[in-house]
Design a protein. Structure first.
Lengths: 322, 240
């Protein structure tokens, strides 16, 4: 009987947890059924009673005392071992590209950049001036002839990333305590490093999108692939995620990790456009058993009707191979 | 592509002033009427800061303690509030707070951004609170009395009463009574029911989020909430 179902759901209605269609049904029923309407009134009263009672909130003293105590404890605690791995890794990267002195400073800076300048003492005395850094244009990633000393500055954000049309020159503006500019081709290690940083850390989704876009044109590199996977999984902006998918499309066949990442996006991304694109990307692999099992599940149980029907259509095109 | 200027640091927690010794008054004791959707500022601010947190977390993972402290500031009020509501004692709440953030600091390396930091830290706190609630249930025969930070004994049930002498003593008495009733009703819930109700009613979280935090499904969280509210209504009705 309808009343039973409504009674079961009245509390979720009051707590605003019902999906739109269920909420509509409940409201429709309540308009016609006096008993359930009474129940709603009682539930609302319960909710109000509990909400009106003031609850002991933490006093400013308690919060301050807790913070101080934590601070003292932190001074004697070491963080987890993960950070050690991260410090070592850039050192390996450094040796590979043999730009040791300059990049040692840059890695140090990349590690401490990201716009948290205000909390660091060593940046407190910084002054902001704008500068331009030009890296030499070389297609083999040759060492830039003149690199401004970066020891006394830190990257606080990426201002803009633009590509000159019709060429492979990339122009990146980024802020340190002095604003600098780097120019170079996509093959330039420095440019790549900045793009990788921008893709992960920039607050403006437009700049992140540009960086991801440019990274998709960069030469094949596992770090680039990692950055694209990271953006696909974690970026809050669906446009950036779509761009990352575009960039990964070439690798879906050959790299199982990429394929799994795309499948994950297909299953759980919150944006339907991203999911549909992921679906298109796995289509050429529909013979693969992992892909098939995901498609089968989606075809049966997914909430979104166009995903369900497309998944079913894809499966139908292939003869059963089990 | 227009880019915002980022010469200035990201907006850090509202109460954080890097070189000033004073802290702005924290929203707390003045809050007489918690809305049913809980501490909106806590949850919404946490979501708005999400992009900023990514950098902070990575800094902290690389060993930067200052970044970790800024990160803590984004969430610690909500965490303390949760701990205080569930433990009923200022010193227990402080202990939970301490344990939770230390645990977070030590395990930060294993945080892989598979969920939001907010969810992650709440998972830690809720686990600690559940342990606390379970231990307390085991010793139910003890009267629920606690010592607050000024050394005064107060009944845990009274945490729900607005204990200040107002102009209307009769109304105060009624509120006190009601507060006791609610406190007592809450003890009829199991630890998990108590937790789900607390997160939903006093923190305004969606049941889907609650499920994530408690490592269960939204459906289970829904059923738990239903049971909890049934029990509470029954307990409150009985006491009339």
């Amino acid at each position: 009987m309808k009343c039973d179902w409504v009674r079961q759901n009245i509390v979720f209605y009051v707590y605003n947890e019902l999906e739109d269609d269920a909420r509509y049904e409940v409201e429709q029923h309540l308009a016609r059924c006096p008993e359930c309407a009474t129940e709603l009134k009682a539930t609302r009263k319960f909710h109000a009673t509990l909400s009106e009672m003031p609850v002991a909130e933490p006093t400013p003293n308690l919060l301050a005392a807790s913070r101080m105590r934590l601070q003292e404890a932190l001074e004697t605690t070491r963080p987890g071992a993960f950070w050690q791995r991260l410090i070592l890794e850039p050192a390996l990267w450094l040796r590979q590209i043999r730009m040791a002195p300059a990049l040692a400073a840059v890695i140090f800076i990349v590690g401490f950049g990201g716009g948290i300048g205000a909390t660091y003492n060593f940046l407190a005395s910084g002054r902001s001036d704008s500068g331009t850094l030009t890296s030499s244009i070389g297609s083999n990633g040759a060492n830039p002839a003149s690199v401004q000393p970066l020891e006394s500055s830190a990257i606080t954000g990426i201002r803009s990333v633009t590509q000159e049309p019709g060429s492979n020159q990339v122009n990146i503006k980024y802020d340190t305590v002095s604003t600098q500019e780097a120019q170079g081709s996509l093959n330039d290690q420095r440019i790549q490093q900045l793009l990788l940083f921008a893709a992960r850390n920039n607050y403006n989704s437009g700049v992140r999108m540009d960086s991801v876009d440019l990274l998709t044109q960069a030469p094949d590199d596992s770090r680039v692939r990692e950055a694209l996977m990271y953006a696909l999984q974690n970026d809050s902006n669906p446009g950036v995620r779509l761009k990352a998918l575009d960039g990964l499309s070439g690798f879906v066949r050959q790299d199982p990790q990429v394929r799994d990442g795309v499948l994950r996006a297909l299953i759980s991304d919150t944006n339907t456009g991203v999911r549909l694109q992921a679906l298109r990307l796995v289509e050429p692999m529909k013979a693969d058993s992992n892909v098939r099992s995901v498609l089968t599940r989606l075809g049966q149980t997914d909430q979104n009707p166009s995903i369900r029907s497309q998944a079913r259509a894809m499966l139908a095109q292939m003869p059963e191979m089990d | 592509m227009p880019a915002d200027s980022y010469a200035v640091a990201i907006p850090v927690g509202e109460n954080y002033r890097p070189s000033s010794g004073q802290r702005r008054a924290v929203q707390g004791s003045g809050n007489q009427n918690p809305t049913s959707y809980g501490n909106q500022r806590g949850s919404l601010a946490a979501q708005g800061n999400r992009i900023d947190d990514t950098s902070l977390i990575r800094e902290a993972q690389q060993g930067n303690r200052a970044a970790f402290e800024v990160l803590v500031r984004h969430y610690d009020q909500s965490v303390l509030r949760l701990a205080l509501h569930l433990t009923g004692s200022e010193s227990d709440a402080q202990d939970v707070y301490q344990e939770a953030f230390l645990k977070a600091y030590k395990n930060l390396g294993s945080f892989r951004f598979e969920c939001s930091f907010y969810t992650w830290i709440y998972r830690i706190v809720t686990n600690l609170c559940l342990d606390h609630l379970r231990k307390r249930n085991v010793r139910k025969e003890e009267a629920p009395v606690a010592i607050d930070s000024s050394g005064e004994e107060y009944s845990r049930l009274e945490q729900f009463a607005d204990i200040r002498s107002g102009a209307n003593p009769e109304r105060d008495l009624m509120r006190r009574e009601l507060g006791k009733k609610i406190g007592s009703a809450l003890t009829t819930l199991t630890p998990r029911e108590r937790m789900v109700f607390e997160l939903k009613h006093y923190h305004g979280l969606k049941l889907r989020t609650v499920g994530e935090m408690l490592n269960t499904t939204e459906e289970t969280a829904k059923n738990t909430l239903f049971r909890a509210t049934q029990k509470l209504r029954a307990a409150l009705a009985e006491m009339r």
